[in-house]
Design a protein around this ligand. Structure first.
Ligand SMILES: [Zn+2]
Length: 418
């Protein structure tokens, strides 16, 4: 396997597809999906034979994939072996094993081949920074752990890639990051914001928020500091799902994933994804935990790939409350907006559902008391309007940078929604 050829092939394909009309793109995608259903999917024991149509396949999710891990990969690798490999050097023979961060028991595992790793790299370069590639780029990736995906890039001559481990804390690698002088930075928004507040000496040409939901409250702080528009890479253990284009549109990675959408109310949808270019771990009609708001308009850049207006948060973080009319759901964006719109001085908060009818609002002590009271009142008014009897407790406490877990400003701690 020639890694560079795989990456270059994927880069070229990704660019080529992005110039098609929507109708041509859909024909290309339908053929690629059909090939996947006929040739790749049946290799996984869970499936065995090609379905007549994608819709004939059952919907899958993380719980099912983890419970029957060996039936979804073509090498019969068991979850036990994969966890052992992941804890060691992330390798199982020629395969790379990675895991998502998360609470124990809720972590996802993935397994990919060398060829897939390079194809992933080619695709991400083609989407994220095609114009920078030929001038030599230095990419700093700052994520909670080394997922194994990024090792492939370190070896390439066109791209210098450095990985910085979030879990050990930014102060331990600040000097190394500044010396590396990255042209592209990929990091969770809370870390980009930390760079701003601590005045890290960085001068990237492009900055991507990744791995956590980008809250509108973080965007201006980060953009002002870097004097650049902030772009997004929406990726998860399950793969690469969307990347911002040069016109600012957040395009779904429909060139490698077929998306179906389940309505989640309030104009939001949760995706079912079929990764039709993956051949090692088969992922078909896999239900993601994310809430997306789809764009109605195509992007100015002319790409046929559909856009997402916003990744609103996770389905797990929807508040589930009791109202006079029965159980209700309140989505994270509605809750977040209630807090932020209460007072312009609020630029950080935590809103947590801690019990069936209890909610905690945390605001930092330096925020003015009248702003805190306004936010408290706004959340109470929202919940009253939805006819719930939930109590909202205001807590004034510092909101420290937590590097060991994903930042969720709106969080439901009742356990899983499904
Ligand atoms: Zn675009």
């Amino acid at each position: 396997m020639n890694g560079l050829a795989e990456a270059a092939g994927s880069f070229t394909l990704t660019r080529w597809v992005s110039r098609k009309s929507r109708a041509d793109f859909e024909r290309w995608q339908a053929a690629a999906l059909r090939r996947f259903l006929d040739r790749d999917l049946p290799q996984a024991p869970f499936y065995r034979k090609p379905p007549a149509r994608l819709a004939d396949l059952p919907v899958t999710d993380k719980a099912l994939l983890m419970a029957r891990f060996e039936d979804f990969n073509i090498h019969g690798l068991t979850a036990t072996d994969a966890w052992a490999a992941q804890a060691d050097d992330g390798r199982a023979g020629a395969l790379t094993i990675g895991a998502s961060t998360g609470t124990s028991g809720n972590r996802g595992l993935f397994v990919i081949s060398e060829a897939e790793k390079y194809r992933w790299l080619g695709a991400i370069l083609a989407k994220a920074a095609p114009d920078l590639l030929w001038r030599g780029m230095r990419v700093a990736v700052i994520l909670p752990q080394n997922t194994g995906l990024y090792d492939s890039a370190r070896k390439s001559r066109l791209v210098k890639l450095a990985f910085f481990d979030l879990t050990v804390g930014p102060e331990s690698w600040r000097a190394a990051l500044e010396a590396f002088d990255p042209t592209v930075i990929i990091a969770p928004p809370k870390i980009l914001r930390h760079f701003a507040s601590e005045s890290f000496r960085l001068r990237p040409k492009r900055v991507f928020s990744a791995a956590e939901t980008l809250d509108p409250v973080d965007r201006p702080v980060i953009e002002d500091f870097f004097r650049l528009p902030l772009d997004q890479i929406y990726m998860a253990t399950e793969g690469l799902f969307a990347v911002t284009c040069r016109q600012g549109g957040l395009h779904l990675a429909e060139d490698s994933v077929f998306f179906e959408f389940e309505p989640a109310g309030e104009g939001l949808a949760t995706p079912l994804v079929t990764a039709f270019r993956r051949q090692t771990q088969i992922m078909a009609r896999y239900r993601m935990n994310d809430l997306l708001r789809l764009s109605k308009e195509p992007c100015r850049c002319g790409s046929p790939l559909r856009c997402v207006d916003e990744i609103v948060g996770r389905m797990d973080d929807v508040f589930r409350l009791m109202s006079q009319d029965g159980p209700i759901l309140v989505t994270p964006d509605v809750l977040r907006n209630a807090v932020l719109k209460a007072d312009r001085r609020i630029d950080d908060f935590r809103l947590v559902q801690t019990g069936p009818d209890s909610v905690e609002l945390r605001l930092p002590p330096m925020l003015a008391d009248d702003a805190a009271a306004a936010a408290h009142q706004a959340v109470r008014a929202l919940l009253e309007m939805r006819k719930t009897a939930a109590t909202v407790k205001l807590i004034r406490a510092p909101l420290p940078l937590e590097t060991g877990r994903k930042l969720r400003r709106v969080e439901c701690r009742l356990g899983r929604a499904r």
